[in-house]
Design a protein around this ligand. Structure first.
Ligand SMILES: Nc1ncnc2c1ncn2[C@@H]1O[C@H](COP(=O)(O)OP(=O)(O)OP(=O)(O)O)[C@@H](O)[C@H]1O
Ligand SMILES: [Mg+2]
Ligand SMILES: [Zn+2]
Length: 524
């Protein structure tokens, strides 16, 4: 098997380490001025240069070049032995597989022997956070009184797991994630040396995918180059699984046209056919990001193929920038959540429905924190006022609220609130399309034995009012609550247009107001 690209190109001199200037500078100064300490801690994300830097330091302190500023020279006997892994005074220990106290004791005995060849014996303990407590204590003793010829370099991705007593004995260096532009530049150089045909867009995608880890970036490039083809954006997208699937485009479309049921359907189909939910969610975020870039005037975002561009431009016109940003945040949260939940698709579904609501709601600053409010709407929680025609033919929610609840209603009402998640669950399971619709109601409450669902738009309300839909919800709710419940849908209005106290709640006028969309013109 050929050597992996990343180990083939592991930096051999300080100059080749990228993105960690602050650390390299300090260590170089220490070498030049011969102020080496005996214990270092290198902390930071994976693949950012900890092991690389540890080896360079080991090399520098043992290099034979007369000019201290040139160490490591990468030419002398010691440097060469180190590069090829033959240098006996560099001891690398993987704490992940040597966690016991015996391992550390063993190390403590060996440490008293002087170096074989070099000036210093360098111990690199990788993944040091994996040591047991007893092993840490044994290590601590060594760190308290290290022999003059020993240098310890502890490396970890999880610095919070290192005991404070150990931390306080070490000079600590924090490695940073490497910026995308630096990764791209490094990959370009590497591709050049390896004579790989790669497009900048593809490198950009690789760099983004590797989230600051240069090792990951180089590995991805390695993987792509093994196809033997020219690495362009399309190939990179296909192999890295970031090609925007048609399903993503459909989901965004239904979001922009306000069709939650259809969107959820596409999501479920994609997941049912084996798409990874996190990957799928990330694709949505990526796609929305491209929309945003196009909207704010970036002519050709790097992850967009020419074919996608026209479509993106078209969609970008259908949503305003603040809304788009809100929607991106929602999906981004979901992309970071999906791993841990018992129902992996849930964060994506919730994000989608919330996004639909965000777009249906023209006044997000005053919107309630929870999309479904259980009680009567307060003036601030109220939604867009529908046009007059709709008002006159539709019952307003404020009206229905006026029905005087009996004590039994209260009981039923809290029963409903408690059981609402079960209602949603049951609907979701049997009628996934309807679930989105049900979940996008702005308010719900019981008026007697009638469940009143308030919708912010007449499109949603009309969809829900279709006969089958109402019947299904009636059945589910009745079953969950154990009593016969009817369902009615209303438009939630901005006006709190109460039934006046003069009007008898059960009478004809109230019924006209409530059920037939009547309006009171004058009271005599
Ligand atoms: N800062 C960097 N400069 C140059 N190359 C780097 C850098 N970081 C990583 N690399 C490349 O990635 C490879 C792996 O890096 P290294 O082993 O130093 O990472 P690490 O921080 O020790 O990661 P881990 O926490 O997984 O052990 C190197 O061989 C090198 O090719
Ligand atoms: Mg390492
Ligand atoms: Zn040297």
């Amino acid at each position: 098997m050929p050597q992996a690209l990343y180990s083939k190109w592991r930096p051999r001199r300080w100059e080749s380490v990228i993105g960690q200037d602050h650390i390299v500078q300090t260590l170089r100064n220490a070498v030049t001025s011969d102020r080496i300490v005996h214990a270092y801690l290198f902390a930071g994300p994976r693949g950012t240069g900890k092991t690389t830097t540890a080896r360079l330091l080991a090399k520098a302190v043992n290099c034979l070049d007369d000019d201290l500023t040139k160490r490591p020279c990468d030419k002398c006997e010691h440097c060469q032995a180190l590069t090829s892994g033959r240098f006996l005074d560099l001891i690398e220990i993987d704490a992940a597989s040597n966690t016991s106290v015996d391992d550390v004791r063993d190390l403590r005995e060996k440490i008293n022997f002087s170096p074989n060849l070099g000036k210093y014996k360098v111990y690199v303990i990788d993944e040091v956070h994996m040591l047991s407590t007893a092993a840490f204590n044994a290590l601590l003793k060594t760190l308290e009184e290290p022999p003059a010829h020993a240098i310890f370099i502890l490396a970890t991705t999880e610095v919070h797991k290192i005991p404070a007593t150990v931390l306080s004995r070490c000079q600590r260096h924090e490695f940073r994630r490497i910026p995308v532009t630096d990764i791209v530049a490094n990959l370009e150089e590497l591709a050049d040396k390896e004579q790989l045909q790669v497009s900048t867009e593809a490198l950009d995608l690789i760099a983004r995918q590797s989230t600051g880890s240069l090792r990951d970036a180089i590995s991805l490039l390695d993987q792509l180059s093994s196809t033997g083809k020219t690495i362009d954006l399309e190939l990179a997208q296909t192999i890295l699984g970031t090609a925007t699937s048609q399903a993503v485009i459909e989901v965004i479309d239904s979001l922009l046209t306000g069709d939650p049921g259809v969107g959820l359907d596409h999501i479920h189909k994609a997941l049912d056919s084996g798409s990874d939910v996190r990957q799928f969610t990330r694709q949505i975020v990526d796609y929305l990001r491209s929309l945003l870039l196009i909207q704010i005037g970036e002519v050709n975002p790097s992850n967009v193929t020419p074919e996608m561009e026209a479509q993106l431009k078209d969609q970008a016109k259908k949503i305003n920038t603040p809304d788009l940003i809100r929607v991106i945040r929602l999906f981004n949260q979901a992309a970071n959540q999906s791993r841990a939940t018992w129902q992996p698709g849930l964060p994506l579904e919730v994000a989608f429905i919330e996004a639909c609501q965000t777009l249906a709601d023209p006044n997000p600053q005053t919107a309630p924190a929870s999309p479904v409010s259980s009680g009567r709407p307060t003036p601030t929680a109220q939604k867009k006022q529908p046009p007059a025609e709709i008002l006159s033919s539709t019952v307003r929610e404020g009206d229905v609220n006026q029905e005087t609840p009996s004590p039994g209603d209260d009981q039923l009402s809290s029963n409903l609130n408690q059981n609402w998640p079960h209602v949603l669950g049951a609907v979701r399971k049997e009628h996934p399309n309807l679930y989105g619709l049900l979940n996008s109601c702005q308010s719900r409450h019981l008026a007697g034995s009638v469940l009143v669902l308030g919708y912010a738009s007449d499109i949603l309300k009309n969809q829900m009012t279709k006969r089958d839909n109402v019947e299904i919800i009636q059945q589910v709710v009745s079953q969950v609550l154990g009593t016969e419940i009817a369902v009615r849908c209303v438009i939630t209005t901005a006006k709190n247009n109460d039934i006046p106290t003069e009007v008898d709640d059960d009478g004809m006028v109230a019924s006209a107001l409530r059920d037939m969309g009547g309006e009171i013109v004058d009271i005599q």
